[in-house]
Design a protein around this ligand. Structure first.
Ligand code: 5CA
Length: 440
């Protein structure tokens, strides 16, 4: 992509309304714009990151055996009356009346709708287990939307719903999601710690929140320090096999959110030098709630002996749009964002240090074409801005690699490659640079 033909409205100054670094950087780097309190437009660069996060979330859901579908944003109030949550949900639910005076709502979550779909579609225990998910916009009329996409009113969530014949099968479904979540966050370049959590309006009796430690997080959390260094990507995972050793490892050490915290246990189980009492960002939340929805909604199947069995259910959420803020909180410096490779909107910022100079323009055009041909995503800064301003923009938007091309280097047959993460700069022969960046 040529920057001259792109839409990247960056801001030089810190926007006054943004209190935390991720919100400031998302506005400054031209990723989002607010359209109303807690409601954002995703500008082209932000949308590319959002799609990348979504892709990784999807790949890991699919790998674990969950199946994607897409449910609508607008739901019927009648459905929510079946579970009793229409009145219980309160002011957070955005209620809408259509032209026929029918009561509708903008979905804050989807337990009722998915339960109705499954209830009306499957009749036998042979159709189980089943885990269905979608990635869809939600609306919650939060009292205090804040911190940009961290606590939005409209936000993108991945929500999965598992249906099983008994508790044991439901526990397996829960474990699969637990491990899929660990893999998802690790691939996003994040250290997320699963912590025992409260179930709130979703309900149920087993629940974990996945927490990124960050001073700007809204939750107070407590955990054993060793959990921070646990690594899932080095572990072989067989989703059809026994996942309990992985679950035991991650739940064997103390980790709890504020609501579940037990100070006496914390002090007894965690040595003083390993105690972490910190703040965190909740990037995912999983629940097992048995028959809480299947019972009132009549979601049953015939068991092996023809008996009627209420489905055992769980639900599993990932805050897809919130994750973008969390990634930035975890990965930035004074100059801007530092995207992990896996979600970066482009891999390379190609910077023409002297636009208008025929030799430099020619070399940049060639490199741009060669990189694109090699499958490398490049944002080519071909604008007439000064070099200093181009460097600042490249640092702000945080692409993993910068390729600086100027007359002095070209005279010696070299270009400069800079790593955004380490700041390290290397001169590389112009003929080798495409290869180097493909492999980087
Ligand atoms: N139905 C269940 C699981 S599918 C559910 O709704 N769970 S939840 O309420 O915990 O939300 C799931 C995830 O969505 C949270 O862990 C959080 O990462 C994200 N989330 C929740 N509220 C917001 C919000 N207002 N803004 C941004 N992300 C949010």
């Amino acid at each position: 992509m040529r920057l001259s033909r792109y839409f990247l409205p960056t801001l030089r100054e810190n926007p006054a309304e943004a209190q935390i670094v991720s919100h400031r950087l998302m506005l400054r780097a031209g990723l989002i714009r607010q359209s109303a309190a807690g409601i954002y437009s995703w500008l082209p660069l932000g949308l590319r990151v959002l799609k990348n996060i979504e892709r990784i979330v999807r790949e890991e859901q699919d790998r674990s055996g969950a199946v994607e579908l897409l449910m609508p944003t607008i739901q019927s109030a009648d459905l929510w009356r079946e579970s009793g949550r229409y009145d219980a949900y309160g002011k957070e639910m955005l209620r809408i009346t259509d032209r026929h005076e029918r009561e509708m709502l903008f979905g804050p979550t989807n337990e009722e709708l998915i339960t109705a779909i499954v209830r009306d579609s499957i009749k036998s225990y042979r159709d189980l287990p089943l885990n269905l998910y979608h990635i869809q916009w939600k609306f919650r009329d939060e009292v205090r939307p804040r911190f940009g996409v961290m606590r939005g009113r409209e936000f993108l969530m991945k929500d999965a719903y598992s249906f099983d014949i008994d508790k044991e099968a439901a526990r397996r479904a829960y474990e699969k999601m637990f491990v899929a979540y660990l893999r998802t966050y690790a691939r996003l370049g994040l250290k997320a710690i699963p912590m025992a959590a409260d179930t709130g309006p979703i309900g149920g009796d087993m629940s974990h929140e996945f927490i990124i430690l960050a001073d700007t997080g809204e939750s107070a959390v407590f955990c054993h320090g060793d959990l921070v260094d646990y690594d899932i990507l080095g572990t072989e995972v067989d989703f059809d096999g026994d996942l309990s050793p992985i679950i035991k490892r991650w739940t064997g050490l103390y980790a709890a959110t504020d609501e579940k915290h037990d100070e006496a246990r914390f002090e007894a189980e965690v040595p003083a030098n390993k105690r972490i009492a910190a703040r965190g960002i909740e990037v995912g939340h999983i629940f097992y709630f048995g028959t809480k929805y299947s019972k009132p909604m009549g979601a049953v199947v015939a068991g092996p002996n023809g008996e009627s069995i209420e489905l055992e259910m769980g639900s599993y959420g990932i805050g897809v749009s919130r994750l973008m803020g969390a990634i930035i909180e975890a990965s930035h410096d004074d100059n801007g964002i530092i995207w992990p490779d896996s979600v970066a909107p482009f891999k390379v910022a190609l910077i023409n240090l002297k636009s208008g100079d025929a030799t430099v323009d020619g070399a940049c055009d060639k490199l741009y074409a060669a990189l694109e041909a090699a499958g490398v995503d490049v944002l080519y800064d071909d604008t007439g801005e000064r070099a200093g301003s181009k460097f600042a923009t490249a640092d702000l938007i945080g692409l993993p690699w910068q390729l600086h091309v100027g007359p002095r280097g070209l005279a010696n047959g070299v270009v400069e490659v800079k790593s955004r993460k380490t700041g390290e700069r290397r001169e590389i022969a112009i003929d080798d640079v495409v290869d180097v960046l493909v492999k980087a």
